[in-house]
Design a protein around this ligand. Structure first.
Ligand code: NAD
Length: 270
């Protein structure tokens, strides 16, 4: 018996990294998975893009857990496409129980005033507006199901703390906590719980590839001098974030809503 048997979970940005780990962990607990990802390059991030082959690998790993997996190449900025996917999920699976708003990009510039307008706009569009659009499309399906559900938004330690070099990302991840709190307020009466996770430095291409960290630490050595995990770990594995996603999706968290959970090895504790 899995903790999520018979449920349906949607994961954005599921081609790799945390989204893939979330999809596999949710499937292991019995959920059917809807995994979507842009799986294409964006203009601004330094880290390399995910690919359609990455998304297919996620599907293979989910199916290895004996779970159904519907995949789609889809941009979280495309509200019409999200509505079409939500309708397709409803037609094929008959319900939506869990939505993990996980997709994201990270952009850096030495200073807030040297970031290009394009980089600002793309980051806010993907990270903040895209998060709202995913909830805009899928929350009505959870409400219509009448059985409650769980929405989990992936913010960041940058959702509560300043990170020099990352103005657009930091502002968008702060905004993600705003989305979480308003949605938790509005959805409580429908027994839909809404919570956020703030991952710390997690070992995925967003952080480990493309030199964003190298550049930021060169630009802002004073910040990085105090950037310390309390636990003796450099990188949190994506599977560790996924454990918290499963917890928040499950009945174990049935009385938790509007919460913000750091999974950051203690990074934000001081
Ligand atoms: N890695 C870290 O250190 C870290 C720390 C804190 C928060 N986060 C957040 O965790 C989440 C997952 O990131 P990750 O670490 O797994 O990085 P990742 O780059 O491995 O995965 C992000 C995925 O999101 C997808 N994506 C990007 N833009 C999209 C769009 N417009 N529509 C659909 N999919 C899109 C990418 O293609 C990619 O597959 C993100 O929200 C990120 O901001 C990451």
């Amino acid at each position: 018996m899995g903790r999520l048997d018979g449920t349906v979970a949607v994961v954005s940005g599921a081609a790799r990294g945390q989204g893939r780990a979330d999809a596999v962990a949710l499937a292991r607990e019995g959920a059917s998975i809807v995994a979507f990802d842009i799986a294409a390059p964006l203009r601004s991030p330094l880290h390399p893009p995910a690919t359609p082959a990455d998304l297919e690998e996620t599907a293979r790993l989910v199916e290895a857990q004996h779970a159904r997996c519907l995949t789609e190449v889809l941009d979280a900025r495309d509200l019409a496409g999200l509505h079409a996917l939500a309708d397709r999920v409803h037609a094929e699976f008959g319900r939506v129980d869990t939505v993990v708003v996980n997709h994201g990009i990270w952009t850096v510039a030495e200073h807030s005033w040297t970031l290009s307008e394009n980089d600002w706009q793309e980051t806010v569009d993907v990270v903040l507006t895209g998060a709202w659009k995913v909830t805009r499309a899928f929350v009505p399906k959870i409400i219509d199901g009448g059985q409650g559900g769980s929405v989990i938004l992936i913010s960041s330690t940058m959702g509560e703390k300043a990170h020099p070099s990352s103005i657009a990302y930091t502002a968008s991840k702060h905004g993600t906590l705003g989305l979480t709190r308003v949605l938790a307020w509005e959805l409580g009466e429908h027994s839909v719980r809404v919570n956020a996770i703030m991952p710390g430095a997690t070992g995925t291409p967003l952080a480990t590839e493309g030199e964003s960290i190298e550049r930021s630490s060169k630009w802002h050595p004073r910040f990085y001098a105090t950037d310390r995990n309390l636990l003796p770990v450099d990188w949190i594995p994506p599977e560790s974030i996924a454990r918290s996603v499963v917890f928040l999706a499950s009945e174990d968290a049935r009385h938790i809503t509007g919460a913000v959970l750091p999974v950051d090895a203690g990074w934000s504790a001081f």
